[in-house]
Design a protein around this ligand. Structure first.
Ligand code: XMP
Length: 520
């Protein structure tokens, strides 16, 4: 029997929310095993497994009255299993149980104050002085309470914000407890799984490691695997996971795209080949990448070109190794969710992450992406379980397309050289000032504008360097980091004094959303 068949679990029914995997990740973090299923798959013949002890209905872009798009069989709500509906999930429970949902007069996006009306097990320890800050993202609202339900809390724009039918264990909340901007949101999820569903802790990073190794072994068998190693956290964890799981059947390929950070190629070869003794092929493809990217400025085109070329190179090297059937890469969940829908439900595409959207339609190798349902911090915990050293695990994320997407506009050798230096001075200053580990991700970018400056009594006309430093928990949402003026002054001086080609430095003060972490 599979481990996950024996564990009590929460099933998350996905209606296409950008946050569905965040719900899953929070449930895992609480220490409970969970699985996601698209609402499309809940048809008339669908049977819940006996070890499902609670259901969570996600948010989503649909409207509850779009019956042609909602395939979900409502009988599942009467299975005598506790149900928690979030946002759209709250609306669907309300509608199916006899309430009414309507387009809100005023939509609610972002922070809202939720006010307690009644006690509930679901909201135990959630409110402070009967009030709490929560994060909303909805255009419809529940306007009529279903029969046998009571109101637990309201906001100014949403009178039926938390509702419950405690007898049948049906709960609905309009806001998103899974996002970090909802204060104490995790308490709601904990109350649901422990006090309402009555599941005991059964999941940890160690279990995660064992499950992933087992899955990899089952999938790969005796075939050989090549792994796209970039030296970043994700691909390093994949490489170590695979090396634990399939040993010598793994070969890592490291491609120098010419778009890496300063000295990165040397560091990767030293760490993986010399220190970890992993079978590593180093490919210098700098010329190929730069020639394909010549005169390309469209961000999506850049991503697709880089993704395609990566795969071509891997396929070429894979052919040199006998019996290679799989290409492993360190795709994480946020890479997937922003590129396409994972469960088959309807979500909106934000950008093609290079290792997902850039893949050619016809590929000779099968993809192996063991981390594709995990978030960055979960991957870091897994890395520690795999005994990877802290230097690698705590590195800031670096995207596959590298400096190409930190250089809006066309890519030239001259710009790359300038940008590598700027990034080096910024990151060095962060490390020297003990700021590196307080920041989730930081980098320098080169903007495609030149501005006028004055240096040594002479006019200059040079590039604009943008610095970005953000705090985040999982890369899905982020806020800019607040530096002291003295630090910013220091970094600006370091960059301008040491690098020819930049005469102005600016700091990006946008959060995600509305911006993304990378520029393209
Ligand atoms: P965005 O810019 O979408 O980035 O807010 C979220 C996180 O993902 C990283 N990122 C990528 N990682 N391939 C990757 O492996 C990609 O194509 C890619 N694009 C963005 C980004 O650096 C941030 O950590």
């Amino acid at each position: 029997m599979r481990l996950e068949d024996s564990l009590q679990k929460i099933k998350i029914i996905d209606f296409g929310s950008q946050f569905t995997q965040l719900i899953a990740r929070k449930i895992r973090e609480i220490g409970i095993y969970c699985e996601i299923i698209s609402h499309n798959k809940i048809n008339k013949n669908y049977k819940l497994e006996r070890n499902v002890k609670g259901l969570i209905l996600s948010g989503g872009p649909l409207n509850v009255y779009q019956s042609n798009k909602i395939k979900f069989n409502k009988n599942i709500l009467f299975a005598n299993i506790p149900v928690l509906g979030i946002c759209f999930g709250h609306q669907i429970i309300s509608k199916e149980m006899g309430g009414k949902v309507k387009q809100s007069k005023s939509r609610e996006f972002g922070l809202a104050k939720v006010i307690k009306i009644n006690n509930s097990i679901l909201t135990k320890n959630f409110f402070s002085n009967n009030i709490n800050n929560v994060w909303m993202s909805h255009a419809d609202e529940v306007i009529k309470l279903p029969k046998n339900f009571k109101v637990i809390a309201k906001t100014n724009n949403s009178k039926l914000c938390i509702i419950e039918n405690s007898k049948d264990k049906l709960y609905g909340i309009q806001f998103h407890p899974e996002v970090t901007h909802t204060n104490r949101g995790k308490i709601i999820l904990k109350n649901f799984v422990f006090d309402i569903c009555k599941i005991k802790k059964n999941w940890s990073p160690k279990d995660q490691k064992a499950k992933l190794i087992k899955e990899v072994r089952n999938k790969v068998g005796n075939s050989k695997v090549i792994c796209a190693l970039s030296g970043g956290v994700d691909s390093s964890v994949v490489a170590k996971l695979l090396s634990n799981g399939i040993g010598k059947n793994l070969t890592c390929i490291f491609v120098n795209t010419g778009l890496l950070r300063k000295d990165e190629e040397n560091q990767v070869v030293i760490t993986f080949k010399k220190k970890f003794k992993i079978n590593l092929i180093y490919v210098n493809a700098e010329k190929q990448f730069l020639s394909k990217l010549k005169n390309i400025s469209d961000p999506e085109k850049k991503r697709k070109i880089i993704g395609n070329l990566f795969i071509k190179i891997f396929e070429k090297y894979a052919k040199k190794i006998k019996n290679v059937r799989f290409l492993a890469q360190g795709t994480l969940y946020p890479d997937l969710i922003e590129s396409k829908s994972v469960t088959g439900s309807q979500t909106s595409k934000i950008k093609s992450h290079h290792n997902v959207g850039g893949l050619p339609k016809k590929m000779n190798l099968k993809l192996l992406e063991p981390l594709k349902y995990l978030f960055k911090d979960e991957v870091r915990k897994l890395g520690l379980e795999l005994n990877l050293n802290k230097d690698i695990i705590s590195r800031h994320p670096f995207p596959g397309p590298g400096l190409a997407i930190r250089m809006p506009g066309t890519i030239t050798k001259e710009k790359i050289k300038i940008l590598k230096e700027a990034d080096y001075y910024f990151i060095k200053a962060l490390k020297d000032n003990n700021l590196y580990h307080k920041i989730w991700q930081a980098y320098a970018a080169l903007l495609p504008v030149k501005t006028v400056g004055v240096m040594g009594d002479n006019r200059t006309y040079e590039y604009l360097c943008l610095l970005r430093a953000i705090t985040s928990e999982d890369g899905m949402t982020a806020d800019f980091f607040e530096f002291k003026k003295s630090f910013m002054q220091f970094v600006s001086n370091q960059i301008i004094n040491n690098i020819r080609g930049i005469n102005r430095v600016v700091y990006d003060i946008t959060s995600k959303p509305p911006s993304t972490i990378e520029l393209e």
